[in-house]
Each structure stands twice: as C-alpha cells, then as structure tokens.
Ligand binder design. Structure first.
Ligand SMILES: *Cc1c(COP(=O)(O)O)cnc(C)c1O
Length: 395
C-alpha cells in the first residue's frame, strides 16, 4: 500500500491510521520508517549545498522519522504543515509566539489548560501582549470582546477539567472577520473525533503526550496549520531552533497505528463509568460532554465524532469534610493512579484546583475529581471506585 492510497479515497479511520505517514517503498519495503539520529547531512557537491537542493539538509530541519510523523498529522488534521515540539505546552507557546507581537491582544478561553494561562500571564504579558479570558460558552458573542489590536483567539473544547464545549465554527467566523488567527487545543478529542480545520480553526494543537503516545512514556507536542498560517509557524520553529526528537517521533507514529482502537475502548469504558457515576449516591454531578445531562452536550453531538476517556465528577462533600473525604477517596483507589497527564493505558484520578479561573470557577457542591479511564476492565474500575466512595463516606 502506498501513500497515494492513504491520502484519501474515503478509507476508514483505522485503515488510514495503519498506512499514513510512511511509504514502505521509501525504505526498502520496511513497514516502519527508520529512526534517524542525525545532525549533519552530507551534500554531494558545493552546488547542491549552495542551492540546498536536496530533501534533507540538517537534523533540526527534518529527518525521515520526523517527516513521517508530520505527514501523518497533516493527513489526520487536513493541515498544510505540522511542527513537532518537545511537549504539549510548547505546542501552545510556540504558535502564540509565532502569531503575536508587542502591542497585540489575545483572547484565551477561561477553561484553558492551566499552564497555558501561566504562559500568557507571565511571558506574553512581559513581551507586551495584552491577554483577556473569555467564557467558553460565549459563541459568536466573542465579537464584543474583540479589540482593534486583537490578533489571536485561543480555543479548547472540551475545556480542561470542566469540559465546557465551545461553538468553534461560530467563534472562528467572528474571529476571522476581525483578522484574528484561531488556535485550538484539540488534545481531548484527537483528530479522530474532531477536525478543527474543518470548523474554521487555523492552527490545531496537540499534546501528543496523551492519546497519540498512549503509553505514558513520552512528552511531545504537535502544531498543525492551514496553508495561510503555515509559513509563519514554520519560520518561528526554525528561528527558535525547535525540533522533534527521533526516538520520540518514532514512538508517537507507532502509537498512532493503534490510536483508533484504543480510543474506541477508552470511549466505551469512560461512558459506561460516567453513566454509572451519574446514578451514584456519592456523586453530585458528572461532567462529560457525551452525557445528555451535560450543558454542552448538543454542541458535542453536532460537531464531534466521539468522546475520549477523560471526564470529571463532583464528589459530594461539604466544606467541613471536603479535604478528608477527597483524600480518603483518592487514597483508597488501587487501579486508579494518583498522577498528572492522561491518555495512557492506565486509569488515573486527580483532585482539580480551579482557583486561577476568572470566569468559570470550580463547583460549590463538592470537590472536582478528574478521571482518566484506561484500558483496564470496567468491572475492576467500578470496584475500585466503590472502595473509594466507601472510604470517603467513612471519613
Ligand atoms: C496535557 C495537556 C497539555 C500539555 O501537554 P504536556 O506534554 O504535558 O506539556 C496541553 N493541553 C492539554 C489540553 C493537555 O491536557
């Protein structure tokens, strides 16, 4: 199967995941690309060197390994070009530095990934960029917040930890009318369940640390831009000297091959557990966009093709016992690990602190707990959570 087959023809998503990126004929028929460790690339003669007229010129620019991963992302996102960066957070900060200058204004969704807020409030402001946060459910109403110097609108749907949905098409339309670039952190849905560029977004961002890696062993990010915004992104990457590591790039490409079937499993298990938790005495609310009870559900149903394995619940507590109950719940879990990140094969649970939010504050009916549902068997995970609820009730 060649690259020609992979790049269209309406093939199913798992078929495409099995064949994108690398054409086996480019490397003696091996189905995977080589892991190329390299800085220097030799030129056959001075004329070629002067003209830089060969495919690879230096290790920071591209290698057959990083190329394969970038091509895979371009295929999945429908983008003109993709850059690889050393973390998901860098996949946010690099495009912000590409598209913003001193004197500009940026609009950032209030439910954004928290370290993004830190980057905006510290470095962007120090560089003379004004930042405002907006309500994730603002939709076309974002027009009222756009100033003459607004250059970038950053979206993330669903929102980190609280899962608010955004009307991405409506926001993109308004932003474009005012000459803004629209960026979206698409980590939760992956390009399999949402394709931002099809909804007007210019730049799609991923923490490939999460589902593309799938095994909690890599930190990496990707940024995929449409044709209009690709040159500036590439120029910035080169100016800053950022490049994807060969072994990590290889492993992310490897992860993509199974991402479709892993996501189906995450999706099914997470939904089953979310529905079960909704009826549980120890739970005040479940925050999962695929639940009909969730406020953003209609947008999710209209725009997204699926849901992944991360959602939150509000553990019933009152102000007197909140801390003790939360600790008892989390410490009683055995399969659910206590740790950051998600997208790996193993389940995780973490209490979420939303104290830095300015608009969408934390719940007042209990403590917000984010769950990542891994690939374990649902019956075992439910048993684990039951033990947590029992410990919380006894605390
Ligand atoms: C985890 C995460 C990131 C950052 O990824 P790292 O590789 O951990 O830096 C960015 N955005 C979202 C939505 C995330 O969940």
């Amino acid at each position: 199967m060649s690259d020609n087959h992979s790049s269209g023809g309406g093939a199913g998503v798992n078929t495409r995941l099995a064949h994108i990126g690398h054409d086996p004929r480019d490397f003696h028929g091996f189905v995977n690309p080589p892991v190329v460790h390299g800085s220097t690339v030799l030129f056959p003669d001075t004329a070629t060197m002067e003209a830089r007229s060969q495919k690879y010129t230096y290790g920071t620019r591209a290698t057959p390994t990083t190329d394969a991963l970038c091509r895979a992302f371009d295929e999945l996102e429908g983008s003109a070009g993709t850059v690889l960066v050393p973390s998901g957070l860098a996949a946010i900060s690099i495009p912000f530095l590409a598209y913003l200058s001193a004197g500009d204004h940026a609009l950032i969704v209030d439910s954004v990934y928290t370290p993004c807020r830190n980057f905006c409030n510290t470095m962007l402001r120090r560089l003379g960029v004004a930042v405002d946060y907006y309500d994730p459910e603002i939709g076309a109403g974002i027009e009222a917040l756009i100033k003459p110097n607004t250059r970038l609108v950053h979206t993330e749907a669903p929102g980190s930890n609280t899962f608010e949905m955004q009307d991405i098409r409506a926001i993109s339309e308004v932003a474009h009318r005012h000459g803004c670039v629209v960026t979206m952190d698409n980590t939760w849905a992956t390009p399999l369940y949402f394709r931002p560029l099809d909804f007007g977004v210019d730049v799609s961002i991923h923490a490939t640390t999460k589902y593309p890696s799938g095994h909690s062993d890599i930190v990496m990010g990707s940024v995929s831009a449409n044709a209009k915004h690709w040159p500036k992104l590439e120029e910035t990457r080169i100016a800053m000297g950022i490049c994807g590591a060969p072994d990590d790039s290889y492993q992310i490409l490897r992860g993509l091959r199974t991402m479709g079937i892993r996501l189906e499993h995450h999706q099914r298990s997470a939904l089953e557990i979310a529905q079960w938790l909704e009826g549980h005495d120890g739970v005040a609310r479940v925050l999962h966009p695929a639940l009909p009870s969730f406020p953003g559900h209609e947008i999710w149903k209209r725009d997204f093709k699926g849901s992944s394995g991360v959602f939150s619940m509000v553990l019933k507590t009152d102000s007197a016992n909140a801390r003790a109950r939360t600790h008892a719940f989390l410490d009683a879990l055995t399969y659910f690990g206590l740790g950051y990140s998600w997208g790996g094969f193993e389940s995780l649970a973490v209490a979420v602190n939303l104290s830095d939010r300015t608009i969408r504050k934390g719940p007042d009916d209990g403590v917000l707990i984010r769950l990542q549902i891994g690939l374990e068997d649902v019956a075992d995970l439910k048993k684990d959570l039951e033990a947590g609820f029992a410990a919380a009730a006894a605390a």
